[in-house]
Ligand binder design. Structure first.
Ligand code: ADP
Ligand code: MG
Length: 674
């Protein structure tokens, strides 16, 4: 490496204060990412102004014109000069007010931002006035004195030439599909939540409005008028609540689609304390329940309104407020998931729809017909199902084997009318309590080996930790006391299956063959068949290894069999790349010469129609389902059963299966899609 002569070393660049107009324009670009973000801010302002009627008019996807008119309380004449300055608001005075803030706005940034990236004109009249005022703004300030004018009750705000001064953004938006679809989607969402407000949304020049809702006391009516009869007639009402300060405090009500509703993608309309937000964790949790309960209707329509004490919600975590932080998010998501699960299961039972077959995930063995012997439920008990989460939740004192309840192929068959999950549980418990196979010395020795090599520290982690989520394709994040650990689910599932094979030895269902099968040949055949066109040389070794199970010597034979089964059932990542990470690129349609230029900001918008057109939808959705199912199985089958059965070997402490990554107290966060 060469060292440059001293005089040629560059002076550090001078630091200077940015011009305020530059700062403001940069900030504005963040708050108003695209036309739909401006509409959202304006409609929220109208809602904050107690309007009962809000209409939106859009020209050229919002780039030419966005006009939002309401019949709210209007803006005082004296406030007009500072209306569009940054950080001017009527909704917040001191920081502490944020704790209990009910209005949607509070930053006083939206209108100001719009004036830095577009031309804003405000017409407003307050109650009791004979005339209103009209005034235009640019870069935060009034362009002229407010002019008296005729006005109808409320406020009308017009934005013209959005992003006129941001060339790249304007070009990107012009190239991308019309933002109008997103605006319609946004208004539809508002319309089914704020049912006491009439909404309309119209394209400039169009005779008919694309969203047209009238105030109604019935949510179902609102959904019908906005999303149509086909949605409204296939909905089930849903409610849940909790009022236990030690776990969670919330109320939820909403509507979810039943087994007759079939769509290409999930519609999730979520309001938390009346704010329209996105919550990937909740959306995923519910999709997974649908996949497991109503596979044919696995892309649901969901409207949900969740209310929490205001002090449990941190609204100040995102410039466009589309993201909020919640206390106890994990518990809440889980409770809602379990309510949805039981409602869906009940609804599926109480009606005569065509049979729904649950396809067991490939990585999890499914329970055969003979596996569950259900006795009728104790007399007097209701035929209510215990929600998914309750039966598998992390309580280490839980009875064993509950996860088997998930692996049925057809719920009706096993969960007859009179049976309750309590019965399933006890039958599963009995299965579990079968005396472990002690009559074969070889097996007993192998089990003793497992017990002897068990690492007590890891055992404690496995038993007492809480599953947080997948950190990447292979590692799960666990919390144990105040520590965070990464745990390799492939290694763990392999070991768990290995141990289970040994412990349940001779208690699996057996099929008697009239003639013994030529195992080695069969296995070789099967392996060749399976990946005939894959790197066959490399696999040959593996094939031989697997085929060469020690058949002659009992202990080795059982051990290698158990290891092979463990490997087979290990929860390897699905073949398709994970679409929630970098793998998403894999699904992008190969187009030439067309790139999105807005630095990925576009996915912050409530509905990503424009971007989604660029993806291979079917493959993407297949991958999403495969990954979601795997994650569900990891959380609800693998970890609960590990808690009960796994004796982690010493080797796992040093081979990278468990890695301690951090110490912290608590982590609760709700985040938006993308
Ligand atoms: P914020 O909503 O965070 O207060 P905005 O920039 O969106 O900030 O709006 C600034 C202020 O302008 C609001 O606090 C409100 O007093 C007033 N305002 C904006 N839009 C309307 C409207 N449609 N009707 C009445 N007042 C409005
Ligand atoms: Mg606002």
């Amino acid at each position: 490496m060469e060292i440059e002569p001293a005089e040629e070393v560059k002076e550090p660049p001078r630091i200077h204060r940015l011009d305020e107009s530059v700062v403001n324009r940069i900030a504005a670009g963040e708050v108003i990412q695209r036309p739909v973000s401006a509409v959202k801010e304006l409609v929220e302002n109208s809602l904050d102004a107690s309007s009962t009627s809000i209409s939106v008019l859009v020209k050229d996807g919002g780039l030419k014109l966005i006009q939002v008119s309401d019949d709210g309380h209007g803006i005082r004449y004296e406030d007009l000069p500072i209306l569009c300055e940054r950080h001017t608001t009527s909704k917040l005075s001191k920081y502490e007010d944020l704790q209990s803030i009910k209005s949607m706005g509070f930053r006083g940034e939206a209108l100001a931002s719009m004036t830095y990236v577009g031309h804003v004109t405000v017409t407003t009249i307050t109650r009791g006035q004979l005339h209103g005022y009209r005034v235009s703004y640019r870069d935060g300030v009034m362009e002229n004195e407010p002019k008296a004018c005729a006005a109808v009750k409320g406020t009308q705000i017009v934005i013209e030439n959005l992003f006129y001064n941001m060339v790249a953004r304007r070009k990107t938006l012009q190239n991308s599909a019309d933002d109008y679809t997103k605006i319609v989607d946004l208004l539809s969402r508002f319309a089914i939540h704020h049912i006491d407000v009439s909404f309309s949304c119209r394209k400039h020049g169009a005779a008919r409005a694309d969203v047209h809702s009238v105030a109604t006391p019935s949510r179902l009516n609102a959904i019908r008028s906005v999303y149509g009869l086909s949605v409204a007639q296939n909905l089930i009402k849903i409610e849940a609540s909790d009022n236990d300060p030690s776990s969670s405090v919330f109320e939820m009500d909403g509507f979810i689609s039943n087994s007759n509703y079939v769509a290409k993608k999930t519609t999730m309309v979520l309001f938390i304390n009346d704010r329209l937000v996105e919550c990937t964790a909740l959306k995923r949790a519910l999709e997974v329940v649908y996949v497991a309960t109503l596979p044919k209707a696995s892309k649901p329509f969901i409207y949900m309104s969740i209310t929490l004490p205001p002090e449990h919600v941190d609204v100040n975590v995102h410039p466009t407020k589309r993201e909020v932080s919640l206390l106890n998010q994990e518990v809440i998501v889980e409770k809602i998931q379990s309510v949805v699960e039981s409602v869906l299961r009940n609804s599926n039972e109480s009606r005569t729809f065509q049979e729904q077959t649950v396809e067991a995930t490939p990585s999890v063995p499914s329970v055969t017909n003979n596996d569950l012997h259900l006795s009728p439920s104790p007399s007097g008990s209701k035929s209510q199902r215990v929600p998914v989460n309750k039966i598998v939740r992390t309580d280490s004192s839980d009875p064993a084997g509950r996860m088997h309840a998930y692996l049925y192929k057809n719920p009706q068959k096993y969960l007859g009318r009179d049976s309750s999950l309590t019965t399933v549980r006890s039958s599963v418990r009995q299965r579990r309590n079968l005396k472990e196979t002690a009559d074969l010395t070889s097996i007993q020795e192998l089990i003793n080996d497992i017990d002897r090599k068990c690492h007590s520290g890891l055992l404690d982690i496995v038993r007492q930790s809480t599953y947080i989520g997948m950190a990447d394709d292979v590692f799960a994040l666990l919390q144990h006391n105040t520590h965070l650990y990464l745990a390799n689910v492939v290694n763990l599932s392999k070991e768990l299956m290995y141990q289970q094979v040994l412990r349940r030895f001779a208690h699996f269902n057996a099929i008697q063959l009239s003639e013994p099968a030529p195992l080695q040949e069969l296995i070789m055949l099967a392996l060749k068949e399976e990946d005939s066109d894959l790197e066959s040389n490399e696999n040959d070794d593996l094939k031989k290894k697997i085929a060469e199970v020690e058949w002659e010597e009992e202990k080795n034979c059982f051990q290698s069999l158990a290891a092979a089964l463990g490997n087979f059932y290990a929860m390897h990542p699905p073949m398709l790349p994970n679409p929630s990470g970098k793998g998403l690129e894999f699904y992008r349609k190969r187009k030439h010469g067309k790139h999105t230029q807005d630095g990925g900001n576009s996915c912050h918008v409530a509905d990503g129609t424009a971007e989604e057109d660029e993806f291979e939808h079917e493959l993407l959705s297949e991958a999403e389902t495969a990954w979601a199912q795997r994650e569900w199985s990891i959380q609800h089958v693998l970890f609960p059963s590990m808690r009960l059965f796994l004796k982690p070997p010493n080797s796992m402490a040093s081979n990278g299966t468990f890695v301690r990554v951090a110490s912290l107290e608590k982590l609760y966060k709700i985040f938006e899609r993308c």
